[in-house]
Design a protein around this ligand. Structure first.
Ligand code: NDP
Ligand code: A1CAB
Length: 273
């Protein structure tokens, strides 16, 4: 039987996970969400056919699994407010950037299974990628269930050292935004060259999708895939030389380091100490 799941704080990330799970066939009757805003509750209820509550305690009372989807700054208060409703047989998952297992365990203050995840919004279309780490109380069976949920909306990677979650955030949690930003710049440049926006959008976005599929589905090294497009003295070479002039490795490394550093800052800000 499918466990009942309560999403505490349905916003962008919870909505993406719920949308992906419903699309993958998880029964809507087994999914609940909470939000303090009546309009959001009505909208998500209509969108996914799930029960949306304004009361986290009531959601906890009905849930086998609880997914904490509020902002990092809100998570401690939210947990403390529902603390009387926590049961030892429940599993808690957090999606909050930077918030460590030790802090979650401290605030939950009960011997429960806890999984820290770093998902991403492509979960909404079944192409999510998530990093996961569990506390010592999480059984292999619970981990297998968590893996199956994330498999239904894409894929996941378990890490064995929590410090790697900062890197996961830079590589996948935040990364859809990098690719969106890159596409925005490509579409703008295409329009400046005179092609209409719709054509630019289709050409650039399907190319991004196709390139990602080649990387995930073929054994060919990425550098070789790049070389296969780059004729000596051809067009691609000129584009890539322009990237090298702009020191693309440094641009990307600076962005990913800034992302991971912000995750580390959040960890110390919301450490529960
Ligand atoms: N967006 C992303 O791509 C990713 C986000 N994350 C993590 O997901 C978490 C949520 O981010 P995101 O979805 O973007 O943020 P949102 O602001 O979109 O969603 C958070 C939701 O929490 C609700 N909320 C706040 N307080 C409460 C409360 N006390 N009870 C019930 N609901 C509450 C808010 O609704 P209301 O005010 O109506 O209650 C809001 O809709 C963060 O911790 C973030 O680090 C992780 C990976 C990727
Ligand atoms: O920007 C953020 O803080 C969240 C976490 C990862 C993606 N979005």
């Amino acid at each position: 039987m499918k466990p009942s799941i309560a999403f505490i704080g349905v916003g962008n990330m919870a909505s993406a996970i719920i949308g992906g799970m419903i699309e993958a066939g998880y029964p809507a009757a087994k999914i609940m969400g909470t939000s303090r805003t009546a309009e959001k509750r009505a909208a998500y209820s209509a969108m996914y056919g799930i029960e949306m509550l304004d009361n986290n305690n009531a959601a906890l009372d009905q849930a086998d699994a609880v997914v904490l989807c509020v902002k990092p700054a809100q998570i401690q208060g939210v947990i403390e407010d529902f603390s009387d409703h926590i049961r030892a047989d429940q599993i808690f998952l957090s999606v909050a950037a930077g918030v460590e297992l030790a802090a979650l365990e401290k605030w939950l203050n009960q011997p429960v299974a806890v999984v820290r995840s770093m998902p991403n919004t492509p979960s909404q279309v079944g192409s999510g990628m998530s990093g996961l780490i569990a506390n010592a109380r999480t059984s292999d069976e619970q981990k297998a269930w968590v893996s199956s949920v994330f498999a239904s909306i894409g894929d996941s990677v378990w890490v064995d050292d929590e410090a790697h979650m900062h890197t996961v955030t830079a590589l996948s949690g935040s990364a859809p935004a990098y690719f969106f930003r890159f596409l925005e710049a490509m579409i703008k440049s295409g329009q400046e060259q005179g092609l209409n926006e719709e054509a630019c959008r289709r050409l650039a976005s399907y190319t991004m999708l196709g390139a990602a599929k080649m990387v995930t589905e073929l054994d060919t090294p990425i550098s070789q895939l790049r070389k296969n497009i780059t004729s000596p003295n051809g067009t691609t070479e000129q584009a890539l030389l322009s990237f090298e002039d702009a020191n693309i490795d440094k641009v990307v490394d600076d962005a990913m380091t800034a992302c991971a550093n912000r995750s580390k800052q959040l960890a110390s800000q919301f450490s529960g100490q």
